[in-house]
Design a protein around this ligand. Sequence first.
Ligand code: G3P
Ligand code: MG
Length: 248
Amino acid sequence: MQPFPLPRWIAHRGGGSLAPENTLAGIRLAARMGFRAVEFDVMLTADGTPVLIHDETLERTTNGTGRVCDASDAAIFALDAGGGEPVPRFDQAAALCRELGLLANVEIKPAAGHEIATAEVVARMARTLWRGDELPPLFSSFSLAALRVAHDVAPDIPRGVLWEEAPADWRSVLHDLQAASLHCNATLLTDAVLDEAREHGISVLAYTVNEPERAHALFARGVSAVFTDRLDLFSGDTTAYDCLQLGG
Ligand code: G3P
Ligand code: MG
C-alpha cells in the first residue's frame, strides 16, 4: 500500500458540535464545510448491526433509554439522534464518506465485553464496503483486542491506537498491532512521545482540539492531524494534508 494521505483536520464525531453527533447530517456538514476527513464511533446493536454512536447507553445522544448492546435494530432505528436524525448504520456512513470523498476514521467503540464481535463485524464489513477504493478508512480503537481482530480480519486497512495518554511502551504496542498511527488526548501529549514518533516515522493524531492556535502549536510540535468539534473555526483551512506512513 502507498503512503496514506492524511488530512490535518478531522471532524470529530461526524460534524463536531455543529450537528447531532455521529449522524449522516454531521458527515454531510463536514464535507460541505471543506473537511476531507471525519471520525465517527461504531458500536453493535443487540442484533449485531454496527451503528454510529459514542456512548454505551442511549440517553445522552438520543431520545431512547438503556444500553445500545441491549437494544434491537428496530428500537435503535426508531430513535431521534437529534434534529430528527436517525442513528445511522455503519454501512450508510461508509457509503456517504465514499460518495463525498472523505477519509473515514472508523473508531471501533465496543461496549464492554463485545470487543471481539464488534471488531470482527466492523472489519469484515469495511473490507467489503471500501473494496477497490483508493482511499481506505483508518481504524482506531481504545481496545487493543479490537485492533488485533481488525488486523487479522482486514490487514490492509490501516490502524491507529487510541489512548488518553501514551504509555511508556506505546511503540511496542503499535509494532505488535502493525499500527500506523498513535491517537492521543492533545492535553496529555508530551514532547518525549512526539520526538520518539518523529524518529520512527509514526504519525500522531491529537484529540480534541477546538482552538486554531492550539492546533497550529501541535502541528509545530510534530502532530500530523487534529480532531475538532469546532468545524466553524477551521473551515477554509481544511485542505492541508500530511502523510501517514504505513508499515507499523
Ligand atoms: O478518535 C478520537 C476521539 O474520538 C476519541 O475520543 O471519546 O471522542 O471517542 P472519543
Ligand atoms: Mg471517537
